[in-house]
Design a protein around this ligand. Sequence first.
Ligand code: HSE
Length: 304
Amino acid sequence: MKNVSARAPSSTANLGPGFDVFGLALDAYYDEVQITKQGRGITIESSDSVPLEPEKNSAGLVVREMAKKFKIKDGLLIKIKKGVPAGFGMGSSAASAAAAAIAFNALFDLGLDPNSLVKFAGIGEKASAGSIHYDNVSASVLGGFVIVRTDPLDVIKIDPPKDLVLCVAIPKINVPKKKTQVSRGVLPQQVKLSDYVKNLANASAITTGFINKDVELIGHSIKDIIVEPARKHLIPGFDMVKTNALKAGALGVTISGAGPSVISFTSKSADHKKICKAMEKGFASADTKCTTVICRPSKGAFVL
Ligand code: HSE
């Protein structure tokens, strides 16, 4: 085989109280990565605005690491087609990293298990977050709802309920370069024990909701009193977006990953257009425009 292409979905991380632990693959957007044995060293081509230096690009970092690990001597050309908006908390770097890991695994017939694929894909997150976190890449690689345990890395996947629908509002604001690193920089280093207890209870309820396919339980447990309060000042109009969406029928609302997108958890029977409009109005109260998307959980990355 000379080349392989793979596609990986967008994702939302944290789901409120599950900071760096929970991820959910979303069928809103997809990235495509093709790896071809060609030339010398690693080169990246893309008509989208992504860094072309392998060490600054999430797919490039993954391919570089995998080539090193498996002693691949071929030159490799990586072509990237971005579908996931970069820097908005929709798992953009993770989608490219996941697609790269899946394509590389197939191109060299490595037969890697899911945890190993996630581990390699996680290396790509250094490009935007400065450090590795596995929530988005796990969702992008495996699909569905994921729980990430580290030391050693072990990802648990649960199939989401079929009637879970997400409304995402993506504000049109300038995001800083390395946005995830910036939004991790505002987080407290220590938390109050009573806050930890409340977040842990809600995180446990979310997991139970996914196991029991109970959308109401998931939605009503999307409550985070540690990370959301520390980050929300980075999102213009966040409080109004949340209040409006809840009034319009969302079950739970929080920051999508490191933001600035805001995500509403809803059931199939909710009025999704109304919830999107309510979120738009919330952003408008802070003179900010946004794009909204209604989506569902996605399956994981796959070879095309
Ligand atoms: N868990 C990560 C964070 C997700 O919140 O920083 C980044 O998309």
